[in-house]
Ligand binder design. Structure first.
Ligand code: HMG
Ligand code: MG
Length: 296
């Protein structure tokens, strides 16, 4: 089936998952969530965002969370940083790795960043230079890579041009974001092939239309080996109303186990953590694996 032997799971639950929650989540619950995810074997856990607190009030406690988090050796805790102000805050909080987040469309650049597409590059450039000078790795997300709620279809060459420009800034990895979950497997393979080389690519699927797992398999068959997922399928995007949660980490782990692909994560402790988190949020997890396990 042309599949990798090993996959890196990039956990986004504490950031992408919790940024869209209606209820306020205490900072100590977030810190415990992150600790439990590390205990389950996740080695990359996106912790929070240093964005404008008025834009994403759910993550306004980023500075406090970084103080409280128990950082384990061998685990990285990247955070989202949009601009120099965010970078200053991240450095003061002792962050060791960041991700910037760009848009493949004009509409979402305006709504998510208050910038045009061209202006977004100007905003990110000093952030990337500073991070690299500090010895950090920088990841970049490219949102609306498979479709946009305001513009509809997003041409593949437009996505590739934006993605390559961002990688050329010095980012080590480009995560292709299906922000509203409209992509399908053939589209995934077409987009990855259009980049030429999948080595620097990761995939970030929201599961709005139930395609996240099929799209992941298509990406793995196209040579991608880093997959973003959110424990319990938490998530959405506050600036793209139609977006639902990310691919659930448990559902990804179940598929990888079935395929014999190594990933280093314990399904049992992950399910336990997502069940615990669902209790804190007051609603069941949308993950199929968590649901199946809680019914068995
Ligand atoms: P802006 O209002 O244009 O900012 O927001 P500005 O540069 O004009 O500054 C205005 C004021 O905000 C200034 O204060 C700044 O200091 C302050 P004043 O001088 O007026 O007192 N400010 C900040 N304060 C704290 N932290 C900061 C910060 N920046 C400015 N970082 C900005 C521009 C980019 C900041 C804003 O649009 C923003 O925060 N956007 C973030 C939106 C967001 O987080 N969206 C969700 C993440 S993206 C996502 O979920 C997609 C993804 O999962 C992939 C996928 O699914 O596709 C990654
Ligand atoms: Mg997302």
């Amino acid at each position: 089936m042309n599949l990798p032997e090993q996959v890196t799971i990039y956990e986004v639950g504490p950031r992408d998952g919790l940024q869209n929650e209606k209820t306020a989540i205490p900072v100590e619950v977030k810190a415990e969530f992150i600790g439990r995810l590390a205990d389950a074997g996740l080695k990359t856990i996106e912790a929070t965002s240093f964005v404008h607190p008025k834009w994403v009030p759910q993550l306004a406690d980023a500075d406090e969370l970084l103080k409280r988090m128990d950082r384990r050796p061998g685990v990285s805790y990247p955070v989202l940083v949009p601009n120099e102000r965010g970078m200053g805050r991240a450095l003061a909080a002792g962050v060791g790795e960041i991700a910037i987040f760009a848009s493949a469309t004009e509409s979402f650049a305006q709504r998510n960043l208050n910038r045009s597409m061209d202006e977004q590059y100007a905003m990110f450039e000093p952030v990337v230079s500073r991070a690299l000078a500090e010895g950090m790795r920088v990841r970049v997300y490219l949102s609306m890579a498979f479709g946009d709620p305001w513009e509809g279809d997003v041409p593949v060459p437009q996505v590739v041009a934006a993605g390559k420009r961002l990688l050329e800034m010095g980012c080590y990895q480009l995560s292709l974001g299906d922000t509203i979950g409209v992509g399908t497997a053939g589209h995934v393979q077409e987009l990855i092939a259009a980049f030429g080389d999948p080595a620097a690519l990761a995939v970030h699927f929201h599961d709005t239309y139930g395609q996240a797992l099929a799209n992941t398999l298509a990406a793995l068959q196209s040579g991608v080996t880093t997959v973003d997922a959110s424990a319990g399928g938490l998530g959405g995007c506050p600036y793209a109303e139609s977006a639902t949660g990310n691919l659930a980490t448990e559902d990804l782990v179940w598929m990888l186990d079935g395929l014999g692909i190594r990933h280093g994560v314990s399904l049992d402790s992950l399910v336990e953590t997502s069940t615990w988190m669902a209790g804190r949020l007051g609603r069941p997890s949308p993950s199929r694996v968590v649901t199946a396990r809680s019914n068995s």
